[in-house]
Ligand binder design. Sequence first.
Ligand code: G3P
Length: 218
Amino acid sequence: MKFFIDTANLKEIQEAHALGILDGVTTNPSLMAKEGITGASNIEAHYVRICDIVDGDVSAEVNATDYAGMVKEGTHLASLANNIVVKVPMTKDGVKAISHFTDHGISTNCTLVFSAAQAILAAKAGATYVSPFIGRIDDTNWDGMELIKEMAEIYAIQGFEAQILAASIRNSRHIVEAAKNGADVCTCPLSAILGMLKHPLTDIGLAQFLADYKKGNA
Ligand code: G3P
């Protein structure tokens, strides 16, 4: 399973990159706004800064909502760096735009996916990545992991090449469950990645090892 970080914060991207486990980055307009990055030219410059840190795929989301606008904006975003993946919402125009990008060799990430039906359409249009929003499904008292499982089954049966990109990941347990249920990629906040390191028995065991070492080497 690949690990992406879900942020536009350069320090967090650098910290995850330094662990040696980072395969890519996803962003969205909300994450850009959180970092105070506004205006098309500033947003584009920020994507270039992210691509300078990470070799892997970097998702850059279109803000246009109509087909022609998405094609224009996405084509421009894709020209910013070799590793840009154009992120397109799951709408009628979005599916049309993904088909266009597929035909023109531009990688895409279909975002805001909440059902298996949407996931089938995105894969059929040739999306490179399809992003089910796990945490937001859980927020509505459904089980986000059931969607990952369903998508993995359908993509395997149908031979779809789209990669399942588990998004809206909130904690390290989500990452473990996404891995078990067949996600190809997990995009996570830094807190969820760092949460994977934690176990009280590791802390207790290390403290004991250090204490015993000090006793024997005083
Ligand atoms: O990758 C999508 C993600 O940014 C949404 O996460 O926590 O806002 O549901 P969240």
